[in-house]
Write a protein that binds this ligand. Structure first.
Ligand SMILES: *Cc1c(COP(=O)(O)O)cnc(C)c1O
Length: 319
């Protein structure tokens, strides 16, 4: 029986298999409405502006070997986003840090992907005025995930350059970490169609910006560069700058053209979800003979080595 026929027969088919909860949630713990819950129970209303209008900001920090990495910087960025979006939450920095800590401790994960987020929320009257909405803070800890899998970390990612343009910074301030991902998701599908693992998206001038949840660097003659504008100032990107300063490597934020990227000696991407990750193919052509470069390897090692440095990390106290 068709859906229309079922409706006219007075028996709407509201519970087909398609609508059943698949119970396929990652193992983890969420904080929502004052409670800690298993991931499978952490749900939001369909009337939430975060869902209906992508009106939200978030941040992701990771826990590696039982320690948060650079949590202060993630909290700075999250609270900066809240302020720019005129959102308020009933917790200060210490309150949010404590909630994140509890999510991880209760989950038991020693390697975790930890997200804090705030949506515009919903209003009791479904008002169209965002000022009427009650902002909603949530957080969760699930197992650590990476943009690149183990094999891609070893041999490098294949990247396709999307022919669509990244949403411009004049429309959406990219320093507010956000869920406006339609350009990035379209880039991913284009990349898969072309046999690549992931995508990089350009700006209106044809310069490289970023990819789905990561920044990009290229290395030429021992010097590093990364796009300056139209990107989220990633904390892994910032960490690469810090590591370069310590290792006396030159690193600058500037315009990066497609030609510069394709003729680079080395290319890598950076994200909290995976750290420093090598790229060895762009649009089907090998970068630097298709091998993971020496500077990339060095930065990958330095990056993970710093995860137990007390200046950059803090312990989770598991029950
Ligand atoms: C999160 C994100 C990044 C990477 O930022 P990190 O702080 O290094 O994780 C880059 N670009 C976009 C669009 C992002 O959402």
């Amino acid at each position: 029986m068709s859906q229309a026929a079922a409706a006219s027969a007075g028996s709407l088919p509201i519970l087909s298999d398609r609508y059943l909860d698949p119970h396929a949630y990652p193992d983890g713990v969420a904080f929502l409405d004052g409670q800690y819950l298993p991931m499978s129970q952490a749900k939001v209303s369909v009337l939430d502006w975060g869902f209906l209008h992508s009106d939200a900001t978030y941040d992701t920090v990771h826990v590696w070997d039982g320690r948060f990495f650079r949590l202060d910087l993630h909290l700075d960025r999250f609270f900066g986003g809240l302020e720019k979006l005129r959102m308020t939450i009933p917790f200060d920095r210490d309150g949010v840090a404590k909630i994140l800590h509890n999510c991880v401790a209760l989950s038991g994960h020693r390697a975790a992907y930890v997200e804090m987020l705030c949506t515009r929320g919903a209003s009791p009257t479904f008002s169209r005025d965002p000022r009427q909405a009650i902002n909603r803070f949530m957080a969760f800890a699930v197992p650590f995930g990476s943009v690149a899998n183990a094999e891609q970390l070893r041999s490098g990612l294949k990247v396709a350059i999307s022919d669509k343009v990244r949403i411009p910074p004049a429309s959406i301030d990219p320093s507010i970490k956000n869920y406006h991902w339609l350009d990035l998701v379209r880039g991913l599908y284009d990349a898969y169609d072309r046999g690549a693992d992931t995508a990089l998206v350009l700006d209106f001038n044809g310069n490289v910006t970023e990819g789905p949840g990561f920044n990009v660097f290229c290395v030429k003659d021992g010097k590093l560069s990364t796009p300056a504008a139209g990107v989220l100032p990633g904390i892994t990107r910032r960490t690469v700058f810090d590591l370069c300063a310590e290792a006396s490597l030159s690193a600058v934020a500037t315009d990066v053209s497609v030609a510069a990227l394709k003729t680079a000696d080395e290319v890598f991407i950076t994200s909290t979800a995976g750290g420093v990750m090598p790229v060895t193919t762009i649009d089907g052509a090998p970068i630097a003979g298709g091998k993971v470069g020496a500077i990339t390897q060095r930065l990958m090692a330095l990056y993970w080595k710093r995860h137990d440095d007390p200046a950059w990390s803090s312990p989770v106290h598991y029950p």
